[in-house]
Design a binder for this molecule. Structure first.
Ligand code: SAH
Length: 251
């Protein structure tokens, strides 16, 4: 039994009930040590084997999974946030598929969700943006040209930028070149939902300065867009004058 489990953004009680149950029953846990909160491992069974994947290659990770499977053990591969976002989960699943080994995926609360809760914001405000772009700056992992931040910025939509806290000068430039006003509101959310969570409200042009002042270079998300501002329209769904499937408009 192999399960890929989303650990959530940091706070140990933000794993799902299903994920928690899998973790408590596991004989082997391979966790992404760079970002998964080690407090999550505290309730594992006595004798549970624990591996930190930050120190392992893909092949080593899959070897541990396959051995666990051969020995009839329950294996949990614990990924930060949700495994579907920058989780490098596909390559693991493909190697398991090649070996004819089945597995399941338990979703988690991604850090971009944790960050919205931290800043108490709604990404999709009527008349502001109805689209959320999740992206990153190119680093050692390249980003396809068609997805350059500058091109994505041309939509003016809500944007959440992962894995880019050390490149904020360049990010600001690209965002402005793409079409965001330099004074578009932005937020840097460091370690959302962890005890040392830090929220910095700033603007697109001030991103690098704001991060430097606070010594932030990693484990942060950059939120960009007018959803962080004050102007929006009320929703139709809860508008007293609007009739829909479940409610008649009041006269
Ligand atoms: N699968 C994860 C993302 C992994 S990529 C998820 O769903 O959240 C790692 C990047 O995610 C970090 O560089 C950072 O940009 C972001 N990140 C992960 N946890 C975070 C947190 N608690 N607060 C802010 N950013 C976080």
């Amino acid at each position: 039994m192999i399960d890929f489990v989303g650990a959530g953004p940091g706070a140990p009680d933000l794993i799902t009930v299903r994920g928690q149950q899998k973790l408590m029953q596991a004989d082997i846990v391979i966790y992404a040590g760079s970002l998964v909160n080690p407090a999550l491992l505290e309730g594992t069974k006595p004798g549970c084997e624990i591996y930190n994947s930050a120190l392992m290659t893909l092949e080593e990770v899959v070897e541990v999974m396959l051995r666990g499977e051969r020995e009839g053990k329950r294996v949990v591969r614990l990924h930060t946030g949700d495994p579907c976002i920058y989780g490098a989960i596909r390559e693991q699943m493909d190697l398991l598929d090649e070996q004819g080994v089945s597995y399941e995926v338990v979703p988690g609360v991604s850090s971009f969700i944790g960050a919205a809760a931290a800043v108490k914001a709604e990404y999709t405000l009527p008349n502001v943006s109805q689209t959320v772009i999740l992206t990153r700056m190119a680093g050692r992992t390249p980003v396809p040209d068609k997805e350059d931040i500058e091109k994505l910025a041309s939509h003016g939509a809500t944007m959440v930028v992962f894995l880019s806290a050390s490149m904020l000068d360049e990010l600001s430039k690209k965002l402005v070149q793409g079409g965001y006003r330099p004074d578009t509101p932005a937020a840097i959310v460091y370690k959302a939902t962890w005890p040392d969570e830090t929220i910095i409200r700033t603007t697109v042009e001030q991103l690098a300065e704001a991060a430097n002042e606070n010594g932030i270079r990693k484990t942060a998300l950059i939120l960009v867009g007018d959803f962080l501002g004050d102007a929006y329209e009320r929703s139709k769904l809860y508008d007293p004058a609007f009739t829909h499937e479940f409610r008649e408009a009041s006269k």
